[in-house]
Every structure is written in C-alpha cells, then in structure tokens.
Design a binder for this molecule. Structure first.
Ligand code: CAA
Length: 240
C-alpha cells in the first residue's frame, strides 16, 4: 500500500516541488497550507494532490488535521516539516510578534506534527521525518535573529528526535537549503540578494527541484540507515 506523506507548506515554493516528487515516488501525498487558497486550489487541480488548510503552528489545528488525514488516508508515515515564514528585520526593529510568528510557524510546527504522528510511526515500526532547516540556521544571517534561531532549533530538534526514533525504524533528518528561487527569496531587497548570489560558488540561486530531490532521497524506504543527518543543498555557499 502507498505510504501516506504529509508536506506542510506543500502547495507553493519548495514544498510544492517536494509534494510533486513524493507523489512521483508513489506516495499518497497531502499538502497543507495556511493562507493562499487560490494557489492551493490551482496546485490541487494541476497535480491531483490533496490539499488541506490548517495552521501548522497551532497545536489544536494540527490535532484536527492529523485526525482527518488518518481517517481519510491512513496514518502519516512520511512527514516533511517544510512550512516556514520570514519576518526579517534587525533586532532593533523586530517586534515580539515578529519573533513569535516565526518561532511558532517554523519551529513550533515541527513539535506539533512530530508529536501527533510519532506514536503511529512507532506502532508501524516505520517513519520518515524530514525537517527543512536553512543555511541561515547554520550560519546566521543579518536581519534574521528570529528565523536563524528557529531554523537552528530545527537542526537540534532533528538530532534529538533521531535518537528517539532509531530503535523504532523512524529516521529523522534535516535538509538545509541555501537561497532558492522562490517567493520568499524574491522578497529580499534586490541589492542585498545580488550580494548574496555573488557569494554562492555555483553562481546561481537554487531551484526548488534541487531541494525536493534531497527530500525524496531521505524519505525512500531504502534510506533506513540515514538518521540525524543534515543534507546541505546550497550551491557551496556554506560548507558545514
Ligand atoms: N552585514 C553587515 N551590515 C549589514 C548587512 C550585513 N549582511 N546588511 C545590511 N547591513 C547594514 C547596512 O549597510 C546598513 O548600514 P548603514 O546604516 O551604515 O548604511 C544597516 O545595516 C541597515 O541596513 P538596511 O538599510 O538594510 O536595514 P533595513 O532595516 O532597511 O533592512 C533587513 C534590514 C530587513 C534585514 C534587510 O537588510 C534584508 O531584508 N536583508 C536580507 C535578509 C535575508 O537574507 N533574508 C533571507 C530571506 S530568504 C530565507 O530566509 C530563506 C532561506 O532559508 C535562505
């Protein structure tokens, strides 16, 4: 039977490409999204992938969503925690709300969805969790104390949970993208972005597909000896 995969933030950007790759690998994919109905409906129509609207940063909303997915499709065996937002500003200009929003969506969502699916994976003695970190969680980034802290937290979370999952056949890994050509990166001021691209040895932004192929690799049934690792996919910008 086809394994059930949940990709948060799975209807746009990197997440949409991950959803497509997992579907191509024969998974039954559910792509969640938080706000953009039009993009989600267009994605569902184009790909035939089920989409579901809920806030991954809200524990109760996640609880309801996981119950619904389990009833409709079966227990989640592959979880890709991809949902993420930016609220960039220097610390001097960053409000508490900007901090909270990024921590809840980017890091809180990993807790919520791992907490709600881990028990089922333990029972099945199979699970694949991939958390999407970031080069900016590894190296830091001016104007991103919130985002860098949340993404760095994801890397620690991954290594801790990997230790808890190993004896149950659950692998937990992170993928750390560099700057990828998505709406999120296009929101960076053009002059700042040009300077960043100049520091990428490969000389270009990443494509969502570059990241999705890494996620597909780590979620394969055969990838059962890879856990607690971080796959950096960043064109050589940061070698870690
Ligand atoms: N290092 C040192 N100084 C820097 C700097 C840097 N990287 N960037 C800016 N500064 C300096 C500026 O030169 C400026 O100095 P002066 O006042 O002396 O001229 C000062 O800091 C203020 O800079 P800004 O005018 O840019 O400040 P701002 O408040 O208008 O904007 C900012 C700050 C919002 C952080 C803006 O610089 C910005 O958006 N930077 C990009 C942040 C970024 O890379 N975000 C990544 C988003 S994509 C993503 O996160 C995906 C992923 O995982 C990779």
């Amino acid at each position: 039977m086809s394994r059930v995969a949940l990709v948060t933030g799975g209807t746009r950007g990197i997440g949409a490409e991950i959803s497509r790759h997992l579907k191509a690998a024969g998974r039954t994919v559910v792509a969640s999204y938080a706000g953009n109905d039009a993009a989600a409906q267009a994605f569902a129509a184009e790909t035939g992938i089920a989409v579901m609207k809920f806030d991954a940063g809200d524990f109760d909303a996640c609880k309801g969503a996981i119950a619904e997915i389990t009833e409709k499709f079966g227990p989640v065996e592959i979880l890709v925690n991809n949902a993420g937002i930016t609220r960039d500003a220097t610390l001097a200009k960053m409000s508490r709300d900007m901090w909270d929003a990024v921590m809840d969506t980017n890091l809180g969502s990993c807790f919520n969805l791992c907490k709600l699916t881990f028990e089922g994976m333990r029972e099945k003695k199979f699970g694949r969790i991939v958390n999407i970190g970031s080069i900016n969680g590894q190296a830091g980034q001016y104007g991103q104390v919130n985002y860098a802290a949340a993404k760095s937290g994801i890397h620690g979370f991954t290594k801790a949970l990997a230790q808890e999952g190993a004896r149950f056949g659950i692998t937990v890994n992170a993928v750390a993208p560099g700057y990828v050509d998505t709406d999120m990166v296009r929101a960076v001021p053009p002059d700042v972005l040009q300077k960043i691209i100049a520091r990428i040895p490969m000389g270009r932004l990443g494509h969502a597909d570059d990241i999705a192929r890494g996620v597909a690799f780590l979620t394969a049934d055969e990838a059962d000896f890879i856990t607690g690792s971080t796959m950096s996919i960043n064109g050589g910008q940061h070698m870690y």
